[in-house]
Write a protein that binds this ligand. Structure first.
Ligand code: SF4
Ligand code: SF4
Length: 454
């Protein structure tokens, strides 16, 4: 079998593989190894499988496919590795090799392709979610990943996130302080509309002119993590073209994300797009312009209204924020600055099992991790479980009755927005020492919707 990824990239992946010194610090922080103690399901074991697979011309072994498929791409191993192994590049390269080898049976390939297409295409995802919600019996009988997708569509957390809340403010009565694009996301534009609305309100309240990207513009992360490089790069090129043009023309000066999974992949756009020299620089510009919304929110200094004062938050570190972007402090600090109490949870470094399409493609391991994470989060006796990534919230909501909310929803509520679902009857616990000045919902507000801008 010929090499299935470009020679310069396969050489780079092999070089990363060779950096591994096998001392195994990473095993203790790997969720799949922690569950069952199987060396093949540890980072070190997977690196050995990838090394063997990339060294031979034949098709990948069933053993390699099984255990590389079971990796969550959570990157907990990468942030622990003292030898500086870029595990991200190894697992992405290995998966591209597996996909391109054609070793998967046709029905499996077709289902994987359908899952990826459905999740990244709002026009397909919307009716799929409606079907799964209205006809749960039919949806549950769908084969493998489609049945799992249908199960997810009925998760309590999703019901709380996908409805539209109060419309974002749209007055343009003051010059904007900044102009930013807000990534709407492909799946999030359908499944997490409340999150995007909360971000729009929060930013607009601070006098930021916000331009949501058109629904369906995808960052490519989902396809990339499935080893589907071609569709991933297609998505990336489209998003880079759109954002870079707006940056170059001065229509925006930053790109903000409430989807940490997208942002963590965007931080490697220049490298992933290295086969497209004409777009590589544009990818680097977009990368440098992109920030997590909670990081940005810290600079806004919005005054809390007291509505959410004293709220106890179990804060879950989404792997993409924690390991991918290494952003642990800003979201916690933003919540504390807004008058909320933040509690860390046990095993904070371990993935909740959501991990993009993992909860669809590996439902059994995903459920065990989800139950474990939800239990630890609930043990902190919180009013709400918060995270910076929609997938984690949906995942944990399946295994706990505690309400879930995105960090930006809590920040929006604390500074004048509506309470997230499940928290409408919250009575502020702490008396705010000095009454914060009321922030009128429409003061100095500029936010646009609609695709014409792009
Ligand atoms: S910690 Fe790093 S060098 Fe050590 S086994 Fe894990 S990946 Fe290899
Ligand atoms: S990315 Fe996560 S699941 Fe995969 S080997 Fe590393 S720690 Fe384990």
């Amino acid at each position: 079998m010929k090499n299935t990824i470009a020679i310069h990239r396969i050489d780079h992946v092999r070089a990363e593989v060779d950096k591994c010194a096998h001392f195994g610090f990473c095993t203790a922080v790997c969720p799949t190894y922690v569950l069952d103690g199987d060396e093949h399901d540890s980072p070190r074991g997977r690196i050995a499988l990838a090394k063997e697979m990339l060294a031979h011309d034949g098709p990948p072994s069933a053993l390699a496919v099984k255990h590389l498929d079971r990796c969550l791409s959570c990157l907990s191993c990468e942030t622990t590795c003292a030898a500086g192994v870029s595990y991200r590049e190894i697992i992405d390269g290995a998966r591209q090799h597996i996909e391109a080898s054609g070793v998967r049976p046709l029905p499996q390939r077709a289902l994987r392709s359908l899952v990826a297409r459905t999740l990244t295409t709002p026009a397909l995802l919307r009716p799929a979610v409606a079907l799964a919600t209205r006809l749960p019996g039919v949806a549950a009988r769908m084969p493998g990943p489609l049945g799992a997708l249908a199960g997810l569509a009925r998760a309590p957390g999703l019901a709380a996130l996908k409805g539209r809340s109060a419309a974002p403010p749209v007055r343009n009565d003051a010059p904007p302080q900044r102009r930013v694009a807000l990534l709407s996301g492909c799946a999030q534009s359908v499944l997490g509309a409340e999150i995007n609305d909360a971000a729009l309100r929060l930013l607009a309240r601070a006098g930021i002119h916000v331009q949501p990207t058109p629904a369906g513009l995808c960052c490519g992360a989902l396809d990339l993590h499935m080893g589907r490089r071609k569709p991933a790069v297609r998505h990336m090129l489209k998003l880079v073209r759109t954002l870079d043009a707006a940056l170059a023309e001065g229509r925006i000066d930053a790109v903000l994300a409430t989807t940490s999974g997208c942002m963590s992949v965007m931080q490697h756009y220049d490298e992933v797009l290295s086969d497209h020299p004409e777009r590589r620089e544009a990818g680097a510009r977009v990368k440098h312009a992109t920030r997590d919304v909670t990081q940005f929110a810290q600079e806004l200094a919005l005054a809390p209204t007291g509505a959410a004062a004293g709220l106890i938050v179990s804060y879950h570190d989404a792997c993409s924020l924690n390991h991918g972007l290494r952003l642990k402090r800003p979201p916690r600090q933003a919540l504390r600055d807004a008058g909320l109490q933040v509690r860390d949870i046990a095993e904070a470094h371990l993935c909740c099992g959501s991990a993009g399409t993992y909860n669809i493609l590996q439902p059994e391991i995903s459920e065990r991790l989800g139950r474990r994470k939800a239990m630890h989060a609930a043990n902190a006796s919180p009013d709400v479980i918060a995270a910076g990534n929609m997938g984690c919230l949906v995942q944990m909501s399946r295994y706990t009755d505690v309400p879930v909310a995105h960090t930006v929803q809590l920040l929006d509520w604390a500074t004048g927005g509506p309470a997230p679902r499940g928290l409408e009857h919250y009575v502020p616990r702490a008396v705010v020492a000095e009454e914060a000045p009321a922030v009128p919902e429409t003061a100095n507000v500029t936010a646009d919707a609609g695709d014409s801008f792009w």
